[in-house]
Design a protein around this ligand. Structure first.
Ligand SMILES: O=C(O)CCC(=O)C1=CC=C[C@@H](O)[C@@H]1C(=O)O
Ligand SMILES: [Mg+2]
Length: 304
């Protein structure tokens, strides 16, 4: 079995503006760049609060590897290390496939708006840059405040704009019904409400998806391949947000998406260009709809 010389290095990139979500405030993105055979690059960018391994666990895994790794070792990385599975398989895929698949030209991108009222002054700059889909974080402030801002935002967005709401599991069942009811009633194009409830409330989200017009997208609930398969088996046929960087093995992700023809929205883990290219390649290959991918150029991260 052929072995590849293996090197790795850590990186840290500060968010220009800390990312505020229901999970908390995220100041710095840390990750690992792996290199195989001196030419195949991949990225390990965990999000442990989404269910992937921690950065420390990924580093421990890298440190215990020998100087040469084989394909057999890469394809036997355990499911408890999904970001490592993605990083090493991407690096393997990067060896020898010199062709730069022209795939991203067919993708459209969603621009991430900061939570709170900052979104009101931010969306127009992104619109001028060509974004037509925007994602706004909710479940951060009191619902009354966020509904007020939502009213102003949906009245100022052009009719051609699509708006996604992402609660990161931060709403109560009652609040989720309020948001979905308002989204159903307004004329603005609300593409979906992402992860309204915590991962533990799958049945309630399944019920909400049957009772409202506005689509619901699962994100944290389907963060890893195991969770993705589990929610599909339990009957989810709504939208699946897929973060390739933490989902796990790209080859198994490809098999799942091709087998089940799911409605997928591909999303960033705020990775560097190395992880981004590998993730966008999967997005272009596996997207069945023309939903914008959540890989808008990061206004959050220092150039990396
Ligand atoms: O999906 C997007 O539009 C951009 C990426 C994004 O929103 C996220 C990336 C990583 C962690 C989360 O804070 C957040 C999300 O919940 O989707
Ligand atoms: Mg999300």
């Amino acid at each position: 079995m052929r072995g590849y010389r293996f090197d790795f290095r850590c990186y840290r990139r500060r968010f220009l503006r800390p990312l505020v979500t229901n999970h908390g405030i995220w100041h710095t993105r840390e990750g690992i760049i792996v290199c195989l055979g001196g030419c195949g690059y991949g990225e390990i960018a965990p999000i442990s609060w989404f269910g992937s391994e921690t950065l420390e666990q990924a580093l421990d895994f890298c440190r215990q590897l020998p100087p040469e790794v084989t394909e057999e070792m890469i394809f036997s990385i355990p499911d408890s290390l999904p970001a490592c599975q993605f990083g090493f398989q991407s690096a393997l895929g990067g060896i020898g496939n010199g062709e730069n698949k022209e795939y991203t030209q067919f993708l459209t991108y969603s621009g991430l708006l900061q939570s709170g009222e900052g979104a009101l002054s931010q969306w127009e700059r992104l619109w001028k840059q060509g974004y037509r889909t925007f994602k706004w974080k909710i479940g951060v402030d009191a619902i009354s405040n966020e509904l007020e801002i939502f009213e102003l935002l949906t009245r100022s967005l052009p009719p051609a704009a699509k708006l996604r709401l992402d609660a990161n599991g931060g709403l109560s069942y009652e609040e989720a019904k309020v948001w979905l009811g308002i989204c159903d009633d307004i004329s603005a194009n609300i593409e979906f409400l992402e992860q309204p409830l915590p991962v533990s409330q799958f049945s309630a989200m399944l019920e909400l998806s049957a009772n409202f017009q506005t689509a619901i997208a699962l994100d944290e609930s389907v963060a890893t391949l195991q969770q993705l398969e589990n929610c599909f088996q339990q009957g989810w046929r709504g939208i699946f947000v897929i973060k390739p960087g933490i989902a796990g093995s790209p080859s198994r992700l490809r098999q799942f998406c091709q087998k089940h023809q799911i409605d997928a929205v591909f999303s960033s883990v705020f990775e560097t260009e190395i992880g981004r290219q590998a993730a966008l390649q999967l997005a272009a290959e596996l997207s069945l709809t023309n939903r914008a991918v959540g890989f808008g150029i990061n206004h959050f991260l220092e150039p990396g």
